[in-house]
Design a protein around this ligand. Structure first.
Ligand code: PMP
Length: 362
């Protein structure tokens, strides 16, 4: 228990930029002089129209999207997308390629399988416990899409470059690295991200969808499970997750106006992750678990010489206000999630603690 804000390395829900939280706090009771909280305003009001349109415009500006893309907000987290993607885009004999790089890719594949949709797992890094990103992947020529997880939150790996699929559109789960770097947009048919790491509160999922891919979508689906329903109604077929969209808008404003856009965001993220990886490379105590060349700038996963030391490390770090360093329950070890909102000062504090802990343990 503490009455201070900690340095938060949680994997998601995760730290949000402090200026965003402060702005939410300051305007929580009376949003935009409406006399109401953002959580009390009608989604059919001009107040909310301004919020959602601003969020869409900012996403487009940041990524350099043209009018060939929809920016949508859905509910059901990223996990619902695992099911909606094959449901919307595969029919009859059409098949999709999947790259399996960990738990979240495996779950995406499972949802295609459940629906009996044709799919091929064209590459997997399961042979080495998902510690690397596969290269030279034999993509199918006639796949409808290629599904990848751009950043693997649990195993701490990330696509440094996006593969050449021979023109087949990539559909990427970017839940844990959206807006952390510029993107080669021409490669993607769809990008989606659960909000709770780099964007805002959980429960909202951002979907960026190319119009030509949407046009090939299956029509005969329940309304709430069909992308066109959201595209036709500016994400307001039903009541959208208003608070989530509002927070995302503020986070995008922070990236654009405070952090200077995605190139600068990427440089900052490289600097932060570099501090941790370089320190561990030089140490014979901490061991980064992801292979060189596949290491994530967002989730730095590592081990100590023993599980006892890991437990002690996490306990002592927590006592010093460095929180959320426990690895995912499925893999153990340690993980520092350093999304956009984590600060260089926070990462430096972690490195200092790691150094002191190592000295003390030896
Ligand atoms: N994909 C990735 C890469 C994730 O990290 C997560 C959650 N940690 C999910 C999907 C699932 O997201 P949600 O809980 O929003 O369904």
């Amino acid at each position: 228990m503490t009455d201070q804000r900690i340095i938060n390395f949680n994997a998601g829900p995760a730290a949000l930029p402090l200026p965003v939280l402060e702005e939410i706090q300051a305007s929580f009771l009376n949003f935009s002089n409406s006399g109401m909280s953002i959580t009390e305003i009608s989604h059919r009001s001009s107040y909310f129209d301004d919020v959602i349109n601003d969020a869409v415009d900012r996403a487009k500006r940041l990524l350099g999207l043209d009018d060939q893309h929809h920016v949508l907000f859905l509910q059901g987290g990223a996990s619902l997308q695992f099911a909606m993607i094959p449901m919307n885009f595969l029919s009859g004999d059409q098949s999709a390629d999947y790259v399996n790089t960990g738990t979240w890719s495996t779950k995406a594949i499972k949802e295609a399988k459940i629906q009996n949709k044709k799919h091929v797992v064209v590459a997997s890094s399961e042979d080495k416990d998902f510690s690397y990103i596969p290269e030279n992947i034999p993509f199918s020529k006639d796949a409808k899409y290629v599904h990848i997880t751009s950043n693997n939150t649990i195993k701490g790996t990330q696509f440094a470059e996006f593969p050449d699929t021979g023109g087949v559109p990539i559909i990427a789960d970017m839940s844990s690295d959206i807006f952390s770097r510029p993107l080669p947009l021409e490669k993607f048919g769809m990008i989606y991200a659960g909000a709770q790491k780099n964007l805002g509160p959980s429960g909202t999922c951002l979907v960026i969808l190319r119009k030509d891919l949407l046009e090939t979508g299956n029509a005969d689906l329940p309304s709430m499970l069909k992308y066109s329903t959201y595209a036709e109604k500016n994400s307001m077929y039903n009541t959208p997750p208003c608070f989530g969209i509002y927070t995302i808008d503020l986070v995008l404003k922070w990236i654009e106006e405070e952090m200077g856009g995605l190139e600068k965001m990427e440089a900052y993220n490289k600097e932060k992750a570099g501090l941790l990886y370089d320190f561990m490379e030089a140490s014979n105590f901490y061991r980064a678990t992801a292979a060189l060349g596949s290491r994530s700038l967002m989730n730095v996963t590592f081990r100590l010489p023993s599980e006892e030391l890991e437990q002690k490390f996490i306990k002592e770090a927590t006592a010093k206000g460095l929180g959320g360093l426990k690895g995912h329950r499925s893999v153990g070890g340690c993980r520092a999630s350093i999304y956009n909102a984590s600060t260089i000062e926070g990462v430096k504090a972690l490195v200092e603690f790691m150094e002191a802990f190592q000295k003390e343990a030896k």
